[in-house]
Design a protein around this ligand. Sequence first.
Ligand code: DAK
Length: 244
Amino acid sequence: MLTLTLHRPEALNALNTALLGELADILDQSAQDDRIAAVVITGSQRAFAAGADIKEMATLDAVGVLQDPRVGYWKRISQFPKPIIAAVNGFALGGGCELAMHADILIAGHQAQFGQPEINLGIIPGAGGTQRLLRAVGKSTAMQMVLTGEPISAQRAYEAGLISEITQAELTLERAQSIARTIARKAPLAVQQAKDVLLKALDMDLATGLQYERKAFTLLAATQDRNEGIQAFMEKRQPLYKGC
Ligand code: DAK
């Protein structure tokens, strides 16, 4: 398991190009590293991330926006094949909320706030915020958040299905890491296939999704880890997975 802590306290962890690029690079490396089964991304108690760096954005004109390297960084983050768990405290706004939504599992402290305030800057979410938010919380809540720019509380985010657990603020990271450790004990190929198939469910109709699931299920049937999992159950012992 790898824990990544966003650390730009002077800007409430605003995601500038350098930080986002570093994040994309580390995730690319982690994808190739067999020792890393899952990644936890967190910020500080005050802010997970308060969005893209507005001061940096102010330097970009329309051409700059077209050539913005952050588009590629976001794409690489979204393609990370292993589970990402976001441990969110404080502000998760704009790109910060979008980064949290790139995670597969979101855990938040009770004082966390989730919002897409881009409308206050005359823009709209640009890293999947409209699409992922609507799928996570439904139309009315997503519309309200994006059109008013007003954030929602952790409690509301939990009720809407954006996050799966609320914790005391000081326990959020620990809880996220505990979930990551639980996942790390599973067969790596099964974990990655599960993530892939579940994410595809958002894009596919049911019949196509079921076919996709069947293919992944069949593929896993040919793995040594599948035999090991079943054997370990029969022998009443913990499985020893090898990732093949
Ligand atoms: N960027 C830069 N600096 C920020 C920042 C941000 N997003 N958020 C906060 N800061 C800085 C403040 O400027 C302040 O710095 P100093 O003035 O002390 O130098 C420091 O952090 C502390 O902030 P505040 O003094 O404002 O603290 P408060 O507790 O009073 O308020 C706040 C906290 C989070 C409510 C407030 O800071 C705030 O409203 N921040 C802006 C939130 C926001 O609008 N976020 C959305 C940004 S737009 C893209 C994809 C996605 C995006 C862009 C491009 N591509 C694919 C190309 C995403 C866009 C966005 O996220």
